[in-house]
Design a protein around this ligand. Structure first.
Ligand SMILES: [Ca+2]
Length: 418
């Protein structure tokens, strides 16, 4: 811009807003001269007006607003079968409004940034995919598409828990139900250290066979007990020919709110949020004192004691010290349907066809046999019992029998401390 003034007349030039309108030359002058200015790009969609004041004159600069163009930071993202969350950023001139919407809000939802103006972020959440097929959804953000592709869930055969490398599908199972699966279940049900799959994992769920799956409902109740073991045995032995397949939840625990059960206790159990409701103790798994059985070995009798009449009760337990070589010798009248003592330091057995003991009486289940001096500190890892006629849990406690004339608290075994 040219300034015309008489010679010797001084003047200055100033911008009303130097953040975008700056004088690059001629901020002061005398007589005729030139003021040069520069304008930065307008980051907003609205026009803006600035003024150069030169001497006493005003020179107005009007700059058009930027066109509303929108750019997403990515064209899409992938999500794991277990679900999760993510975000995408929007770049737009200030004042340019936009909205975001999901093509399928049943699984792909916008958690933040459903509307915005100028630069912003859209956050979204993806629920676990219950199906084995992948699914694709779209977030439409300022007329741009952001595609979310979610992997399909892995499936697995219920009860097929061996072999395994991790507790998540597809890293366990071989498509066959056999005794190796049953042994894993036996140890897990009895809480043997090192054998219980991680909570909410696929392999835990694969062990949680009871209640059985139906054509329309997924089975399992979030608790591993002898009922799961019984159902597993029936399937391993082909007495139950059901071979339910489940879809991985991707390590996500059951949500109580998604359960239709009106039984809140059951719903809570299914959610894995609370321990199982306490049942009245109806009996005990009682260990006797070690008795010498040979020059190098001793044995500890294992009894099922009934606090009330126990009728057709399936029982399982595991005990040991995870050190000594132990074996379980059964008594002839009541052989267990399942016995496992090849694992060092652990003896596990299950009577899946039911035992009956009258109130106040005890039944000798068998003997744990081990090296002399090794059995004084046997630990009960776990036990579980259930009535076969009503499927109800029968709560047992671990106890020491002490034996005639022996005070359990002073006995040589000291086995009262479970
Ligand atoms: Ca169960």
């Amino acid at each position: 811009m040219t300034v015309t003034a008489p010679g010797g007349c001084g003047w200055t030039a100033a911008s009303s807003d130097t953040t975008w309108l700056t004088i690059t030359a001629g901020s002061t002058g005398s007589g005729n001269g030139t003021v040069s200015y520069a304008v930065t790009a307008n980051p907003n969609s609205t026009q803006r007006v600035g003024t150069l004041t030169i001497g006493t004159q005003s020179f107005t600069v009007t700059q058009a607003g930027a066109a509303c163009t929108y750019t997403l930071s990515a064209a899409g993202a992938s999500a794991g079968a277990g679900g999760g969350s993510g975000s995408v950023t929007v770049t737009a001139p200030g004042g340019c409004g936009w909205t975001a919407a999901s093509s399928d809000t049943t699984w792909l939802t916008i958690t933040a940034g459903s509307t915005g103006s100028g630069n912003g972020t859209v956050s979204y959440a993806v629920t676990a995919n219950p199906n084995s097929a992948q699914r694709v959804g779209t977030l439409t953000i300022a007329a741009q598409s952001f595609t979310v592709t979610q992997a399909g869930a892995f499936t697995y055969l219920v009860g097929d828990v061996y072999p395994y490398t991790t507790d998540m599908a597809p890293y366990f199972g071989d498509g066959i139900l056999n005794i190796l699966d049953l042994i894993q279940e036996l140890f897990a049900v009895n809480n043997v250290p090192g054998f219980v799959p991680a909570a909410c994992s696929d392999r835990f769920d694969a062990m949680d066979t009871y209640p059985a799956d139906t054509a329309t409902t997924r089975g399992g109740d979030g608790v591993l007990d002898i009922r799961d073991l019984i159902l597993e045995l029936f399937r391993v032995d082909d007495l139950d020919l059901a071979r339910p397949i489940r879809t991985s939840r991707g390590g996500v625990c059951l949500d109580a709110a998604s359960q239709s059960s009106a039984d809140t206790t059951e719903a809570s159990r299914r959610a894995g949020l609370f321990p199982r409701p306490p049942a009245t103790v109806q009996g005990a798994l009682a260990l006797g004192d070690p008795e010498k059985s040979s020059e190098a070995e001793e044995r500890v009798p294992v009894y099922l004691k009934a606090g009330r009449d126990l009728t057709r009760v399936a029982v399982t337990f595991a005990l040991g010290d995870q050190r000594s070589h132990l074996r379980f010798v059964t008594t002839a009248e009541t052989p267990p349907s399942l016995k496992q003592d090849s694992q060092p330091g652990v003896v596990a057995a299950a009577w899946l066809e039911g035992l009956s003991v009258r109130a106040g009486e005890r039944l000798l289940l068998g003997y744990v046999v081990g090296p002399a001096g090794a059995l004084a500190n046997l630990k009960v890892y776990g036990m579980s019992a259930s009535g076969l006629d009503d499927n109800r849990e029968v709560r047992l406690e671990a106890s020491s029998t002490g034996g005639p004339g022996v005070n359990p608290s002073n006995g040589p075994g000291g086995k009262g401390k479970y």
